[in-house]
Design a protein around this ligand. Structure first.
Ligand SMILES: Nc1ncnc2c1ncn2[C@@H]1O[C@H](COP(=O)(O)OP(=O)(O)OP(=O)(O)O)[C@@H](O)[C@H]1O
Ligand SMILES: [Mg+2]
Length: 212
């Protein structure tokens, strides 16, 4: 089993949106069984999951104080991929969760504020010696700042070659427990998620190869 942690100390960058979307995408492309874990007291991912009509990906409620042993249990139960959503700002929780990560995915909005705030999350991943990947989320079409932010981020790690644009269906689909691909698999946003998953999956594959 591999563990993908979606983390950023900055709030509202798309952690929960991306965790849910990648979980559904990975499951639909036979990379599962996938377990989703929500370590944010706001419980946005859990609330979204509770509204789902289907029970995959499955949701694992776990106690952060026993994270290591719970992760082992998920692996033993045959889960192939666990995706963990994290809270903003709560450094201790984020640090603990990053500790069990195979890969840390850091969503960042293309803005100077987000760029300034991302350093502390990078530090947490680097401290733990974890591979990290940035993904730019909520970009405006044809905005120059997207490229500028990508260049700035690339000084600190790999930037996913896929940008998630600002699209209302990312929010709308999640209001009733779905994702953009479940709303319309042919939508642009669904294509973006599929491409992001493909990239993340390749990165997870590299981590697995290096740990053999
Ligand atoms: N690409 C996008 N296009 C449009 N809306 C988006 C996009 N990504 C996220 N959103 C919306 O932005 C808001 C914040 O996203 P989300 O809750 O996923 O961020 P978060 O990082 O988990 O926030 P928090 O730090 O509070 O947990 C939500 O309302 C979500 O629907
Ligand atoms: Mg969230």
């Amino acid at each position: 089993m591999q563990v993908l942690v979606v983390a950023s100390q900055k709030g509202g960058v798309g952690k929960t949106t991306i965790a849910g979307h990648l979980g559904v995408m990975a499951e639909s492309l036979d990379c599962g069984p996938v377990a989703l874990v929500d370590t944010d007291p706001q419980a946005s991912l859990a609330q979204w999951w509770n509204q789902r009509q289907v029970d995959t990906p499955l949701f694992a409620a776990l106690d952060i104080a026993q994270l290591q042993s719970h992760i082992k249990k998920l692996a033993k139960a045959g889960i192939k991929l666990t995706i963990i959503d994290t809270p903003p700002a709560v450094t201790a929780t984020i640090r603990t969760v990053i500790g069990v990560a195979d890969l840390v995915l850091i969503p960042t909005r293309p803005s100077p504020h987000d760029l300034r705030a991302v350093g502390s999350t990078i530090d947490l991943a680097e401290e733990a010696g974890k591979r990290l990947v940035f993904v730019i989320n909520g970009a405006a079409q044809r905005a120059r700042i997207t490229g500028e932010v990508a260049i700035a981020l690339s000084q600190h790690g790999t930037v996913a070659p896929v940008t998630l644009y600002q699209r209302t269906d990312f929010a709308a689909s999640m209001t009733d427990g779905r994702t953009v691909q479940e709303l319309d698999p042919k939508s642009r946003s669904a294509t973006e998620v599929a491409e992001l998953w493909k990239y993340v999956n390749t990165q997870l594959g590299k981590v697995a190869k290096n740990s053999r």
